[in-house]
Design a protein around this ligand. Structure first.
Ligand code: GDP
Length: 534
């Protein structure tokens, strides 16, 4: 069992000041805008708008990206680091579209907390709900930001009720909105007894803050018109009666979420949220691993790859593996052991993603994300250590839900196609299976859009037009068990067997009945819908 937050030893200050988190939201709720403001307050960029501008400049570089842009899917920088007061924030980007859910899941294995952004008029939307469920699998602490309060939004109690009911989590207000829509005045900071007044004239200006000596302070009346004040005081009184008070331990355990109200585009409420991440967000947490868990305070470096991005620059066939540091103090040039191959690997040009630019990482600490350029040695799920043979676990690969055959437009190019497919498989963009009988490949994905993305990328990046076509199979299961048992199954079911890009055997079928039959006939084997990446 991992330690719980309360009995963890004190971390070295450099590690304790790190907050590594992701933003989860439904498209359009304001994730990009909020990210820009984070960077703005993090002093990382001078002007909001640069994240988007940069993103667009990058997107024009490849048509694959262009396609995503056309469809309104965001694939932006994968990790950004910035400072907030004495804290170092690492924000890991989650792919926005539901078709990339597997990728998203793995991204969330690299963070210690999530900020959930909801639109004040829309409440909990479908994608928020899905992402939340993924966070819940790991009991990730969640901090909530209710955005767009400058617009006509729902009643505050309604919003809180909806979160409590739909997501089954306790909600405690960290701030309380005063007025709404055109009459939105600002928020009362319930944690620090302050009035935050929104400036509508300048969107990049920090809100005016008035220190208030509790809710009966006459100063409130100087800033809030009488009719609004009355309603506000009533609401807060009710909130204090009906809603739980902030319990930091419960937040760390993922049972309670504090909610801040604001307007990202008006830079309003963002700093309070950031302060909340600093105060109530978790420090870098232990990482589950085999044969033992990795604690962040260990002096030796260990990290795991949760994402691989290939062809970031189409001119160079380079890839960047994103590694979350689970422990220790990393320095540039360090020789680490690549646990899967047991080979040493010099990490000489790691990159830290400071704001919107890449920078060489001279050093990094547990909790940080670094990018390691490589030529394909590093795969999702890989662990790098200072020598110990320890393997991070819990970074799964899911059985694809959709299978299709794939063929090169030009049959002479079959070998090229194989190479391209293997690359995407290693990147985690698709599963690629080579059936034991016949030629060709079967590609498996979690969402249908991925086939189009793949076809477009193979054409763009390898100059290979391809055709996807219906497959006779609809399900894939990894065959787990002792070698001789696996062989028995493989030999008796040749027409159902394929191997994945790691050479591991897979059972393909279109009938659940087949899967049940195998499990009955081979009780020592397991047909698994997930495979731990290793
Ligand atoms: P994302 O899809 O979650 O990344 O959302 P964006 O940050 O791109 O925002 C979606 C739209 O909502 C954009 O047109 C933003 O300008 C707008 N928006 C973001 N924050 C606010 C806000 O606080 N108030 C209002 N009125 N609009 C906002």
């Amino acid at each position: 069992m991992l330690d719980t937050a309360s009995n963890r030893p004190e971390l070295p200050p450099e590690i304790a000041r790190r907050r590594t988190f992701a933003i989860i939201s439904h498209p359009d709720a304001g994730k990009t805008t909020l990210t820009e403001k984070f960077l703005l307050y993090g002093g990382a960029i001078q002007m909001a708008g640069q994240v988007r501008a940069k993103g667009e400049a990058r997107r024009t570089r490849s048509d694959f990206m262009k396609m995503e842009q056309d469809r309104g899917i965001s694939v932006s920088a994968s990790a950004m680091s910035f400072d907030f007061g004495k804290y170092r924030f690492n924000l890991v980007d989650t792919p926005g579209h539901s078709d990339f859910s597997e990728d998203t899941y793995r991204t969330l294995t690299a963070v210690d907390a999530a900020v959930m952004v909801i639109d004040g008029a829309k409440g909990v939307e479908s994608q928020t709900q899905k992402l939340f469920e993924v966070c819940r699998l790991r009991d990730l602490p969640i901090l909530t930001f209710c955005n767009k309060m400058d617009r006509e939004s729902r009643d505050t109690f309604d919003i809180i009720d909806e979160i409590q009911e739909n997501l089954a989590i306790d909600v405690t207000p960290a701030s309380w909105p005063i007025g709404m829509g055109r009459d939105f005045l600002g928020c009362y900071d319930l944690l620090n007894d302050r009035l935050e007044l929104m400036d509508r004239a300048d969107r990049n200006v920090v809100a005016e803050t008035v220190e208030i000596n509790g809710l009966d302070d006459p100063k409130l009346a100087q800033h809030v018109p009488a009719h609004m004040l009355e309603k506000f005081l009533e609401e807060v009184e009710m909130a204090r009666e009906l809603l739980p008070t902030l319990d930091p331990q419960s937040v760390l355990e993922g049972h309670m979420t504090p909610i801040w109200f604001g307007s990202a585009i008006n830079s309003f409420g963002v700093q309070e949220l950031m302060q909340g991440i600093a105060d109530y967000g978790p420090e870098p947490q232990p990482q589950q691993a085999s044969p033992r868990a990795i604690a962040p305070e260990e002096t030796k470096v260990a990290g795991f790859v949760f994402k691989v991005q290939a062809n970031m620059d189409p001119k160079h066939r380079d890839r960047v593996a994103f590694m979350r540091l689970a422990s220790g103090h990393f320095k540039r040039g360090m020789k680490l052991t690549h646990v899967r191959s047991k080979k040493p690997m010099a990490v000489s040009n790691p990159v830290l993603f400071l704001a919107s630019d890449r920078e060489l990482a001279e050093e990094a600490w547990a909790g940080d994300i670094i990018g390691i350029p490589n030529h394909g040695q590093l795969r999702i799920g890989d662990t790098l250590t200072e020598g110990e043979m320890i393997r991070a676990t819990g970074i799964p690969s899911f059985a694809p839900e959709l299978l299709q055959g794939v063929r090169a437009g030009d049959p002479m190019k079959a070998k090229h196609l194989e190479k391209a497919l293997m690359q995407f498989a290693e990147e985690g963009a698709a599963k690629v299976f080579k059936p034991n009988i016949g030629s060709g490949f079967i590609v498996g994905v979690v969402g249908a859009l991925q086939f189009e993305v793949l076809a477009s990328r193979i054409e763009q990046e390898y100059g290979l037009p391809v055709r996807f076509e219906a497959s006779q199979f609809t399900s894939a299961r990894w065959i787990i068990g002792a070698k001789d048992e696996v062989e028995k199954l493989v030999n008796a079911n040749k027409q159902h067997i394929a191997h994945d890009n790691d050479g591991d055997p897979v059972f393909l079928t279109r009938l659940q009945w087949d899967i049940d039959r195998v499990e009955r006939d081979y009780p020592a084997l397991k047909l698994s819908a997930t495979k731990e990446m290793m």
